[in-house]
Every structure is written in C-alpha cells, then in structure tokens.
Design a protein around this ligand. Sequence first.
Ligand code: ADP
Ligand code: PHD
Length: 366
Amino acid sequence: MSDVAILKFGGSTFRTHAAYDVLAAGLEERLDREGRRLAVVVSAMQGETEQLRGRLHEVNEHPEDATSAGMLATADLVSAHLLATALHRRGRTATVLAGHQVGLVTNSSFLWARVIETDPGPLSRTMADHEVVVVPGGQAVDAQGRPTWLGKNSSDLSAIAVARAVGGTACEIHSDVDGIYTSDPHLVRGAHLLPRVSYNMAALMSLYGAKVLHRRAVQLALRHGIEIVLRYNRAPFSRGTTISREGDQMAAIVFNQRSVVLGYDSDDAADCAHGVFHAAGIDTVRLTEKPWVAVVGGYVDLEAVQRRQNLTPGAYVGVPVAEIRGSKVTTHIAESGEDALHLAQRLHDALDMPAAQAPRPHLAGV
Ligand SMILES: Nc1ncnc2c1ncn2[C@@H]1O[C@H](COP(=O)(O)OP(=O)(O)O)[C@@H](O)[C@H]1O
Ligand SMILES: N[C@@H](CC(=O)OP(=O)(O)O)C(=O)O
C-alpha cells in the first residue's frame, strides 16, 4: 500500500479538546493536497494515561498487570475516537482500529508487551474504504486476545509497527518539538536541533532516557528500513530530524529526571537484576563502573517488580545523566532529579570543549 502516509501524533498534541479539530483541519489539508490515505497513530490526551493510573492505584495499590494494561490503554482509545469524530464533522471518512482489531499480537507481558506477530490484513482492508484510519498507540492483544500494553510512551512503537504492516517506507512522528536536540530543549539552555541522526544514535539516546522517541520503535524501524521523520505537531508541521542509516557525528547530554540508578552488593547481583528487568521488558542499563543498574524513564513499580521477581531490592544511588560523544557514553550520577537538571546544563555547556577540559565524570557516592 504505497499510497498511505503513516503519521503519529503524541499526547503533547492534545492538550485540549479543541486540538482534535485543529489536527483534523491539518489532516484534511494534507488529504486534499496529496491524495494519499492516512494511517494516523495517536496517543492519549496529555496526562490522561497517568490520571487513569492514579485512579487505579486509589482502588488497589498493586493492581495486576493485565488490569493495568486494560485500563491504561483506554486513554489512547478515547483520543483516537475524538480524532475520528473531528474528521467526520468535516465530512471525511475515518474509522478507528483498536488494539484488538489492528492485527498486532504480542507476548503476555501485559505492561511491557513485545510484538510477536503482525497481520497486515485488518489495516489494508480498512484503508481500502476510509481516507483516514486512526490507531490508538500502545494497544495490542496477546495470543489469547487479552489486551496488552506496549509500555509507557509506546505510541511511537505502534506507529512503526503500523508502517511495517502497510508496507510504508517512512513514518512521520509529530511532537511538541520538531526533532531530536543535543539535550531536552525544554530543560537545557542552548540545546540545538540535530537534522540527521542515525538509527544507532537515536536508539542510544532513547536508551538513556531521551523521551522524544521510543527505543524499540527505532530498533523496529532499523530492522525494516523505515525512515523516521520527526516533525512539529502544528501546521505547517515543520520537519526537524530525519533518522536513517546515515547520521552526523554528534554529541548530546541525555537524561530523564524519573530515571534512577540502583546499587547492589556485587557485580553478580547487579548483572542478575539487569537480566531480570530486561526479561520483564523494562529498559535498564548496566553501568559497569560499579555494581549499578540504571532503570530508565520511570513509571515502573519497582517495589512490585522486585517483590514479584524475588529480587533483592537495589539501593537508590541517584539519577543518571548520560554524556554521549559519538558511540562513547559516560554516565554521570546526580543526587536527585533537580540536581540532574543542573548537571545536564553544566555538561551541555561544556559539550563543545575538548574532552580534556570538560568536567570529569561525576559518580555519586564515589
Ligand atoms: N534530546 C531531546 N530532543 C528533543 N526532545 C527531547 C529530548 N530529550 C527529551 N525530550 C523531550 O521529549 C518531549 C517529547 O516527547 P513526549 O513528551 O513523549 O511527546 P509526545 O507527547 O508528543 O509524544 C519534548 O517535549 C522534550 O521535552
Ligand atoms: N498512553 C501513552 C501514550 C504515549 O505513548 O504517549 P506519548 O506519545 O505522548 O509519549 C502513554 O502515556 O504512555
């Protein structure tokens, strides 16, 4: 289906209900201009997924993963229907393909599910008689048809999976930034746009917590040769970064104030914890300087995971801030999320300095 454009709009696009009509107008303009059909993956309205998580935890502090998956994924479904109805109001043909309809089958790791099978049939049949097919991000089902969630911020991954299913060679990801910057442009002064980034570098940045793109989405795009184009989420949807096999040499400071480093008594214990988190689908980095593991991006009920997996709980060490120069990564540790911000700013200010003059690695507790 080469006449389909695949677009993803993140939660930052939907801050109000009026935003759905604004986006519908933008999509309409594109339909008229290009004549191509659109597969549009949308995220929940900003903050809605976490609101649902809060409601769930009010009723049960430790809900079962299958329940959380079923509940959290509904936020994106609501968003998909709001966009479809905004398009209908403009007289366009649009429909929603939810997780149980879209053809993505995952394993039964309900909250961090991995796609094991993609059936292109539902999308191609539905695209044949609709101008726009809207897909809620993050939703899928396991082999028994039970709802699964691809994880926090996983709409990017859904978008690449949709691109793959429709045979697309590019996927356009829209957000409140027009691309990947040398650090989070909302938090670090002087961060600048990187126009061409390689898959490997984008994956490395998201592994260390750059929220702009989901790590597994980048890996899936690399595997299937799908170019990722990052764009701003308001008309004229300016294009900032292209991710493909080629990218410029670059340096960046990556952090997420929700990430934590956990410390263990021995390297073996740290290796074991890393393996267990990894098997559960949770993004972690084994920091080799010490028996430490960085759990990246937050939104993990660490207490519950450690208890269920029979893991000795790791001790809080701090918040990781990664300095990436080419393929070399130095992880600095800040004492808190607030400190991580200051450390990131200092490291970013020093990015253009020769390595010898740059600040030495800062390891908390060392
Ligand atoms: N290196 C980076 N480049 C660009 N944005 C970044 C980077 N690191 C973190 N971000 C953050 O990622 C955010 C976009 O991701 P996200 O909040 O998930 O958006 P969306 O809701 O549109 O998917 C930006 O608002 C920005 O603050
Ligand atoms: N419901 C998802 C939506 C998502 O992927 O968000 P975004 O595209 O805004 O990162 C979440 O909050 O995790």
